[in-house]
Design a protein around this ligand. Sequence first.
Ligand SMILES: Nc1nc2c(ncn2[C@@H]2O[C@H](COP(=O)(O)OP(=O)(O)OP(=O)(O)O)[C@@H](O)[C@H]2O)c(=O)[nH]1
Ligand SMILES: [Mg+2]
Length: 255
Amino acid sequence: MGGDRKAALTVVIPTYNERVNIDALFGEFARLKKAWPIPFDILIVDDGSPDGTREAAYNLGQRYGLDVRVHVRPGSRGLGTAIVAGLNLCDTFLVCAMDADLSHPPILIPTLFERLNGFDGTVASRYAVGGRIADWSLHRRIISRVATRIAKSALDIRCADPLSGYFLFRTASFRGIKITGLGNKPLLEILGRQGLGVFEVPYEFRNRAAGESKLTMRAILEYILLVLRLHWTQRGPLGPSKETIETAVAVTRNS
Ligand SMILES: Nc1nc2c(ncn2[C@@H]2O[C@H](COP(=O)(O)OP(=O)(O)OP(=O)(O)O)[C@@H](O)[C@H]2O)c(=O)[nH]1
Ligand SMILES: [Mg+2]
């Protein structure tokens, strides 16, 4: 749509009723495109949003001169499975996943890219030294902290923010890993299954400014089932040995 450069990176963005956020989000991507020489395209995975998210993505993608594809899954719902569908559709060397609600600033992508070095992936981290969460209620902070603690201890993961929805990976590095998307934490599935090396980049997570949250009690229960499943797989006879789940983590300040 926006040019003939072959993209090196695909940014996968799951959406459900995010029409109100697409304009500001694509505006940020347009600024990124001007400032950053690495060619990227955007893959929106929309689950048939009734609010016109898909049309907004097509139209605004053209208006901003971005390379935007929209993959629609009319009969499905689920943030995690949408990300996995997007990851499976990517044929670029690198892939990044992020939310559409402006919680994840696109301007961090060049830092995620630069910090890759010899690592398999980089994680935009709320909980690494220097990371921050703006405007979250105490209740939301507690849920996130407890969920993170559960994942880290149940799965022996060292990454400070294994539940982050904002991450960048070499596409080939996770091709052999079965990622279901169930439980809505694909990064946890990647980190919990195999010893990939990830580098954490601290950033400021911004609270959703518009549109509705999809965090429900059901999502929390599905998350707990995911951790139990991964825990059981690791320790079961068919699971990987403990060594293979070591995660190399380093922390840097986002300058
Ligand atoms: N394709 C698809 N995307 C979804 C679905 N549910 C949520 N999303 C998208 O996934 C991203 C994260 O969802 P959010 O609702 O922001 O979830 P959250 O960040 O845990 O909660 P809040 O930020 O408080 O709203 C957003 O881009 C949503 O539009 C879904 O069922 N299908
Ligand atoms: Mg959100």
